[in-house]
Ligand binder design. Structure first.
Ligand code: 2NM
Length: 345
């Protein structure tokens, strides 16, 4: 009987030591110490043992039960600690790992170039005025000396919302609005940047919408020389000090006289793809504000004069950065945006 108890104790202790989880322990607890468990059965069986042997065997059996209970408790604690250790390991965050870098966006090249143009004119004392993209026919055409039926409407006739409302074809209406708001105060020195819309088919140099910056200066005694000086200063600041400027006579309904402004090409006429070998690159349009437009703005053309110029931001950006397709600006190709955009927002 004594060896039975010893064997059972060894077996139970070995089983408990090997138990891989709490559930196995629970089973062993029932198997050895439960109401019908093997140790319990032995203890009960002591009743049939001769009285002389009973105390010694009882002591051994009780000792065995105590050892098994202790082993169960110890193993239970070990397993619980192991479960907790695994849980913590699974949840652990290594705060010393390098972080995941943010993908920071960049300023779009069109906004960079627009800002450069704005900064240039801000330094000359101009202010910035923005106006509505949905504009009245009256402001977009009539007040700019482009009455109904005027041929200049043909090339621009565009996205009408109603008979009276359209998507503006240039930012000049904003300048008429500024003049009306300011008259009779002088001088007017304002630039109007913004998006404009025209009925154009898409190709490498056309989109049905693009961005303009228009410049307007009105004061007593403003002359064509002021326009030319401003143009040369602007061209040299953008394309380098050696840049020359050429004015070719042209026509705009809202200026008289009017001209197309060319800048000398870097190739100096030796021929390159930028100027097509001509040596000159068309940059913008300009002229002296038409008397009727001054009048529409609330100024007396006998007393004041003004110059105006308009340039396309896409066109300027293409010339400065050597971009050969205007569609790139709107395609959101990350390679293009990262190459030409600027950090920061
Ligand atoms: C251009 C060319 C020439 C222009 C005219 C005016 C205003 F409002 F004074 F009439 N603003 N901008 C102008 C003149 C625009 O763009 C090619």
């Amino acid at each position: 009987m004594r060896t039975d108890i010893d064997r059972l104790r060894e077996e139970a202790l070995a089983a408990v030591a090997c138990a891989g989880d709490i559930e196995a322990l629970d089973q062993f607890q029932v198997l050895y110490l439960g109401r019908k468990g093997r140790v319990t059965t032995i203890l009960r069986g002591l009743a049939g043992v001769p009285a002389a042997e009973r105390p010694a065997l009882g002591a051994i059996a009780n000792q065995a039960r105590a050892e098994i209970e202790a082993a169960l408790a110890r193993r239970r604690q070990e397993l619980a600690a192991e479960v907790e250790r695994r849980r913590q390991a699974a949840e652990a965050i290594d705060v010393t790992l390098p972080g995941v870098p943010w993908r920071v966006g960049r300023r779009h090249v069109l906004n960079v170039v627009r800002k450069e143009i704005e900064e240039f004119f801000l330094h000359l004392g101009f202010s910035i005025a923005e106006g509505p993209e949905v504009e009245l026919d009256h402001y977009n055409f009539e007040l700019l000396n482009i009455p109904r039926g005027h041929p200049a409407r043909e090339s621009q006739d565009t996205f009408y919302l109603t008979d009276e409302l359209l998507l503006r074809t240039h930012t000049s209406p904003t300048q008429v609005r500024v003049m009306q708001a300011m008259a009779p105060k002088l001088p007017v020195r304002v630039i109007s940047p913004g998006r404009v819309y025209r009925r154009d088919s898409v190709d490498a140099s056309h989109l049905p919408f693009f961005h303009q910056v228009e410049v307007l200066a009105v004061d007593r005694g403003v002359t064509f020389a002021d326009l030319k000086g401003t143009l040369e200063h602007f061209a040299r600041s953008f394309f380098g000090q050696g840049t020359r400027v050429r004015l070719r006579p042209s026509y705009f309904p809202f200026t008289e006289p009017s001209g197309e402004v060319d800048v000398s090409c870097m190739c100096e006429g030796r021929g390159c793809s930028a100027c097509g070998g001509k040596g000159w690159i068309e940059l913008l349009g300009a002229g002296m504000v038409h008397p009727r437009v001054l009048e529409a703005g609330g100024y007396d053309p006998e007393e004041v004069a003004g110059y105006a110029l308009g340039l396309g931001v896409e066109r300027a950006a293409m010339l400065v950065h050597g971009i050969d397709d205007i569609r790139l600006f709107g395609q959101n190709d990350i390679r293009f945006l990262e190459q030409l955009g600027e950090e920061g927002c």
